[in-house]
Design a binder for this molecule. Structure first.
Ligand code: FPP
Length: 233
C-alpha cells in the first residue's frame, strides 16, 4: 500500500452472509460460518496494518427476530468462538469487548464472553469490540434514561460516557458490505463524523485487498468536521 492516513478506529457492518450462501445453494447458516472466519481474517489484517480499534456488528437487536433456527446457528457460532475455539479469539492479541444487551443470550454464552473479556483485559495494543444484540436507538434511549435517573443534564462528552462505547474514540471509518447503503441502527451517535464506505462484496467475500481499498478511499478524503480548510480561511 502507498503511504496513507490510517483510521484509528474502523467499524464493519458485515452484511451479505445469507445472500452469499444462498447464491451458492447453501443454507444461510453456512454464510454466517464463513462470515465469522472472514471476520478473523479482516480484523487481523486491520491490526496488522496498524489500526488499533476495530468494531464489528455481529448481531443486531433486530436480528433476534429472525427464524429461531438462524438465531440458534448464530448462537452456536458464539459458542464455538468464545468457548470451544477460543484460541482463535486469543490469537488476535486484542482486548475483546462485547457490547450490547447480553441479557437475551443463553447463560453459557454470556459466561464464555465474560471469560474472554477478562482474559484479554490486559491487552493494550489492539481492541476488538463485538456488538451483539446491539441497537443504536436502544443504546441512546438507555443513556437518556440513565441521565434522567441520575437527575442530571448532559453535554456531548458526558452523554458519550453513558453509551456502551464509553471511553472509546468514535469510529473514523464505517465499512458496510453487501451492497446496501444504510447504517441499520449501528453506532448512530458515534457515527456523526465517520466516513462511510460501501462495498458490493458480500461479507464472506470481502478480502484483505478490499479492506485496503476502503482505507485508501478513507485516506483520500478531506475530513473537515464541519470546519473549512486552513487555506480557505
Ligand atoms: C448479516 O448478514 C450478518 C449477520 C446477521 C451476522 C454476522 C455475524 C457473524 C459474521 C458472526 C459473528 C460471530 C462471532 C463469533 C463474533 P445477513 O444474514 O443479513 O446477510 P443477507 O443480507 O445476505 O441476508
Amino acid at each position: 500500500m502507498k503511504r496513507i492516513k490510517l483510521p484509528s478506529h474502523i467499524a464493519f457492518i458485515m452484511d451479505g452472509n445469507g445472500r452469499w450462501a444462498q447464491r451458492r445453494f447453501r443454507p444461510r447458516g453456512y454464510g454466517h460460518k464463513m462470515g465469522v472466519q472472514n471476520m478473523f481474517k479482516i480484523c487481523s489484517h486491520a491490526f496488522h496494518l496498524g489500526i488499533r480499534i476495530v468494531t464489528v456488528f455481529a448481531l443486531s437487536a433486530e436480528n433476534l427476530k429472525r427464524p429461531r433456527e438462524e438465531v440458534e446457528e448464530l448462537f452456536e457460532l458464539f459458542r464455538t468462538y468464545f468457548a470451544k475455539k477460543r484460541e482463535k479469539m486469543l490469537e488476535l492479541n486484542a482486548k475483546i469487548n462485547v457490547i450490547g444487551d447480553l441479557s437475551a443470550l443463553p447463560e453459557d454464552i454470556r459466561e464464555s464472553m465474560a471469560d474472554i473479556m477478562a482474559e484479554t483485559e490486559p491487552y493494550t495494543d489492539f481492541l476488538l469490540n463485538i456488538c451483539v444484540n446491539y441497537g443504536a436507538r436502544q443504546e441512546i434511549v438507555a443513556a437518556v434514561n440513565a441521565a434522567v435517573s441520575y437527575g442530571r443534564f448532559v453535554d456531548e462528552h458526558s452523554f458519550g460516557e453513558l453509551l456502551l462505547t464509553a471511553g472509546l474514540p468514535d469510529p473514523d471509518l464505517i465499512v458496510r458490505t453487501g451492497g446496501e447503503l444504510r447504517l441499520s441502527n449501528f453506532l448512530l451517535y458515534q457515527a456523526a463524523y465517520a466516513e462511510l464506505y460501501f462495498s458490493n462484496k458480500m461479507w464472506p467475500a470481502f478480502s484483505k485487498r478490499d479492506l485496503e481499498k476502503a482505507i485508501e478511499s478513507y485516506s483520500s478524503r478531506d475530513r473537515r468536521f464541519g470546519n473549512i480548510r486552513e487555506e480557505q480561511k
